[in-house]
Design a protein around this ligand. Structure first.
Ligand code: ZN
Length: 169
């Protein structure tokens, strides 16, 4: 067993001991909102946004971008599970600011000897605020997204832990 696995299982058994009433939580998020954010290990949405189990959906990917797959989750979130408000949260010092599509595709070609990387839009972030605006606009204008959903955009500052507004909801 890897060291990671044993520490995860250890933490999990402690967590499960006091799971208690969480067994009765409903599937739809109680606070009817969803957060789309980056997978960055420094961001903990439960902590920075004050979430408990059952409160909200959190969709994460590299950059917190409104990719087709993020949209898949958000559409399920609203249309099947009733969320009414979404928050797009990118952050400072994001790994996705550190390379371009061309660079990563080239690097992957050297590593794996395939051009597959060139077929992927890596959704890198050349301009942090612009990427938040772009994603909020993509969601707001998407044909599968109800005009009644309130969508706003923020940047999480990894130096202060603060959320900075970019697009008002
Ligand atoms: Zn990031």
């Amino acid at each position: 067993m890897s060291e990671n696995l044993s520490s995860i299982l250890d933490a999990n058994s402690k967590y499960a001991e006091s799971f208690g009433e969480k067994a009765d939580l409903a599937m739809p998020p109680a606070r009817k909102f969803a957060i789309l954010t980056c997978m960055d290990a420094r961001l903990d949405p439960a902590k920075f946004a004050g979430l408990s189990e059952g409160d909200a959906h959190v969709v994460r990917n590299a950059g917190g971008r409104a990719s087709d797959d993020a949209i898949r989750s958000l559409v399920i979130s609203s249309e099947v599970l009733g969320t009414k408000e979404w928050f797009v949260i990118h952050h400072s010092n994001c790994g996705m600011e550190t390379f371009t599509n061309e660079k990563i595709s080239g690097d992957l070609k050297s590593t794996f000897d395939t051009k597959e990387g060139y077929f992927i839009n890596w959704l890198t972030i050349p301009d942090r605020e612009e990427s938040v605006r772009e994603d909020v606009n993509r969601l707001r204008n998407h044909p599968l997204v109800s005009r009644d959903i309130r969508i706003s955009g923020y940047i999480f500052d990894v130096k202060t832990g603060k959320l900075i507004e970019v697009v008002k909801g």
